[in-house]
Design a protein around this ligand. Structure first.
Ligand code: NAD
Ligand code: MG
Length: 395
């Protein structure tokens, strides 16, 4: 396939952890990439600095007053970026005709519509925003297929599996001789803690991940293992797998990013330093390889690799996610929405750490009769689950 350079890139969520790493990789290759649009929710100062460095055509903030502030600041600085505001503008910069690649790095359900817009417009979609796929799996994968979009997973585990599958892989496992996907998990900061210790975890403890530096929401998800649950659902959709074809393997060093086991006994793994610039560079350059600014792994320093089974008693979120995928329909969207509300309450001191799983379990057990065949239905399920979760959290 002939690539024309520079590729024009929209970075949704550019002020976040993944967004910043994406701009770091792009800055190493000014001949290959041109930043078309940058977006943030409220971080207007950070977005101003990014616009001064990367000179995008468009910048997007949520609030019109923030957008006006940014437009004035950019004009004073002599930067010609046009500033837009609101959720529709996110979809607009994701589907814009001149854009080649969209990095979907907004956190949570807020990223669903712009990520879907990029897929429907047939872009190269670099998917970090796993919640979008968890919520709308079938619909999203259909949009990718119908529009001929190129979907490249950025989540390190899925990126590893993608690299370990045959290049001609187009979904499904058995026809490629794949027996199992081995999804690795660090186990989070509380891997060896007792249930009673886990119950007292504070937001600061939960956000201090041993191996990865990430946004606050995904850090809490990693600590509860909900992140691995969301990733199990993500892997089912990306690779057309069933939950029983995926084995979660706790691997505390986070050096093996995931593996694929084949019928002949071969197990292929992708290894590297735990640095998101590697999968980001892979997605940006695929099928080529470019410098990510990441050191090659020093195996003598790693010295050993450990593996253990996940404990779903102390970390029930993994089981809840698997059950929601088996239930199907709106259940994964309900799980995701209840989790987002519970994690937000935990981060704001309104909910204990162990209660996150309890709230999600309770909302999942409630009868919900809606379907999940259209985006409108998925958004109804999302809203319903948010209300149910909020009603179970003390204010
Ligand atoms: P983050 O919190 O650091 O950044 C989130 C970005 O989204 C910010 O730019 C923020 O302004 C924007 N945003 C948040 N809410 C928004 C809203 N309502 N409307 C518009 N923009 C909004 O998050 P992150 O750690 O960079 O994670 C981003 C996504 O990537 C998540 O879905 C996460 O699960 C996934 N991911 C992250 C990592 C990682 O290492 N950080 C690894 C794998 C997957
Ligand atoms: Mg991951």
């Amino acid at each position: 396939m002939r690539q024309w350079f520079p590729q024009r890139v929209t970075v949704l969520g550019s002020t976040g952890s993944i967004g910043k790493s994406t701009l770091d990789v792009i800055a190493l290759h000014p001949d290959r990439y041109h930043v078309y649009a940058l977006t943030a929710q409220t971080s207007k100062e950070a977005l101003l600095a990014q616009c001064e460095t990367h000179r995008p055509n468009v910048a997007v903030l949520d609030d019109p007053r923030d957008a006006e502030w940014l437009q004035n600041a950019l004009s004073s600085a002599g930067v010609a970026t046009e500033v837009l505001s609101g959720p529709d503008a996110l979809c607009q910069v994701a589907r814009e005709a001149c854009v080649d690649t969209v990095m979907a790095a907004i956190v949570g359900a807020a990223g669903l519509l712009p990520t879907l817009a990029a897929a429907e417009a047939g872009k190269r979609v670099l998917l970090a925003n796993k919640e979008a796929l968890v919520m709308s799996g079938a619909l999203f994968m259909d949009a990718v297929a119908n529009a001929g979009a190129t979907l490249l997973p950025i989540d390190s585990e899925h990126n590893a599996i993608y690299q370990c599958l045959p290049a001609q892989h187009r979904g499904g496992l058995t026809q490629y001789g794949v027996r199992q996907l081995l999804l690795t998990a660090s186990g989070g900061p509380f891997r060896n803690w007792s249930a009673s210790e886990i119950a007292k975890v504070t937001p600061e403890q939960a956000c201090a991940h041993p191996n990865w530096s990430m946004g606050r929401k995904i850090s809490v998800d990693s600590a509860t293992l909900m992140n691995k649950g969301l990733e199990l659902i993500e892997a089912c959709w990306l690779f057309d797998a069933t939950p029983d074809q995926i084995q979660v393997v706790v691997h505390p060093q986070s050096v093996i990013h995931s593996m694929v086991a084949y019928d002949d006994g071969s197990v292929l793994a992708q290894l590297g330093n735990p640095d998101m610039r590697t999968p980001i560079a892979y997605g940006l350059a695929w099928p080529e390889r470019i410098d990510a600014g990441v050191e090659v792994l020093d195996l003598f320093q790693v010295a050993r690799l450990d593996f253990e089974a996940p404990d779903e008693e102390r970390f029930p979120c993994l089981r809840l996610a698997r059950e929601s995928m088996l239930k199907g329909g709106a259940a994964p969207a309900i799980l995701n929405a209840a989790n987002e509300v519970a994690v937000d309450a935990f981060l704001n001191g309104r909910l204990g750490f162990s209660a996150i799983a309890a709230v999600v379990a309770e909302v999942l057990s409630l009868p919900f009769t809606g379907d999940a065949d259209t985006i409108e239905q998925i958004l109804v399920a999302d809203q319903w689950a948010r209300e149910q979760a909020a009603a179970r959290i003390l204010r």
